[in-house]
Design a protein around this ligand. Sequence first.
Ligand code: CP
Length: 296
Amino acid sequence: MNHFLEIAQLSTQGISDLIQRALDFKNHCVYPRYQQYTVANLFYEPSTRTRVSFELAANRLSMPVVNLDLQASSESKGEIIEDTVQNLAAMGVSLFVIRHKQEGLPKTLALNYPDKVHIINAGDGRHAHPSQAMLDLMTISERKSDLRQLKIAIVGNIRHSRVANSWQSLCSLLNVGELTLVAPDIWQPETVHYGRTTDSLADGIGNADVVICLRVQHERLLAHEQLAVANYRRDYALTRETIKYAKKDAIVLHPGPINRGVEIDSDVADGAQSLILQQVSNGVFMRMAILEALIQ
Ligand code: CP
């Protein structure tokens, strides 16, 4: 694996290897030293979890990290990202973690630099967020054994969600039992690669084993896609009452950032069924596994 761009590039064996390696890092705390590889974090959209966890992952593997301050970089003077990558590569950076609103940009960069550098997609617009889907899967696999028997529901702004897209690819590859995408009509996906859609929360999360809650991504909504937050909350929020539609032992995930009192209540986000912080912890180990896989 030279680049980490989307779930569809992985094999079932590759997915299983990444999860196993991430669990090894988590359970044994033995970290190899890769100090000859430098990582650059290039985040053109805001991030807390992904940026910091890639930095911590690199630190644990003894890889030097550069966090480019894009406000203070030469991009503010008109430099294009291709030149930024090329210049950093000339200084010895070999791994680039890139988040950008332009869908497909990490792939384009990977095609431009096939041998010299490793590109990691840390979220490109509405398209993909593969490391998030992988850390979610790792978290689920710690609690639920047979994916082919699982009922997974994703609730929220599916149309604009790169997480939901990556999850559809993952479910398709792994033949997950059932995937239901729950959203109001206006936020339903334009195309569905795997699973079914519903506009009913009760139907969608009814009897689910795993409920993945998504943030309303206001920054991606066009004028005609706006929905009153109060109406969304009334019909789709995960609350102490609505989570009862799911199985008693259902687990609740959220990629973050969470908006308490909008798509999820604190009763659920901080409740016994929530694995939200476990996802965040696992993110560091999964990203260690991804960085290592790229340099092997
Ligand atoms: N899940 C996720 O991508 O969070 P950040 O936007 O904080 O990186």
